[in-house]
Design a protein around this ligand. Sequence first.
Ligand code: DQA
Length: 156
Amino acid sequence: MADILLLNGPNLHALGQREPGIYGDQALPAIVQNLQRTASQAGHSILPFQSNHEGALLDRLYQAQQDQVPWVIINPGALGHTSIALRDAFLATALPFIEVHLSNIYRRESYRRKSLLADMASGVIIGLGPLGYGLALEAICQRLQATGKGATGTGS
Ligand code: DQA
C-alpha cells in the first residue's frame, strides 16, 4: 500500500472549462476520481493537491518527503517552464516523479518547449490528455510492485 502524491499546478483547477480544444473537457475532480479508482485496484491511494501558488506546491512536496511518500505525479502547468524554485524542491527532496502535460508542449509556443523538471523526472508523458496521468500511475504501480512496495509485494 502506497500513497502517490498527485500535484497539479496553476490553472489546472480549471480543466474542463479552460481552452477545451487544447486541454479537453474533463474536469480535474473527474480525472482524480478515475486515478483514485485505478490506484485502489492496485492497493494504492492518490493524494491529490492542486494549487495556483508556487509556494504551496513546494510546501506540499516537502510534506510528502517528511511523510515518506514514495512517488509523485506532477503536472506543473506553466511552472514547469519557469520555476527554478520547483526544480530546486525536487532536487532537495529527491522524490521520484513522473511529469505529465496534457498538451503536446513541443507543438505549441516556443516558451512552452522546455521543461525545467524533465531531466530529473523518471519519465515524462506529454500530449496524451488525461490518459497521461493514468499511464504515469500505471508505471508507478509497476515500479512499486518491482520494489516490493506493491499491493501484493512483501514490503509495507
Ligand atoms: C500544461 C502545459 C503548460 O504549458 C500550460 O501552462 C498548462 C498546462 C499541460 O498540461 O499541457 O497549464 O502543463
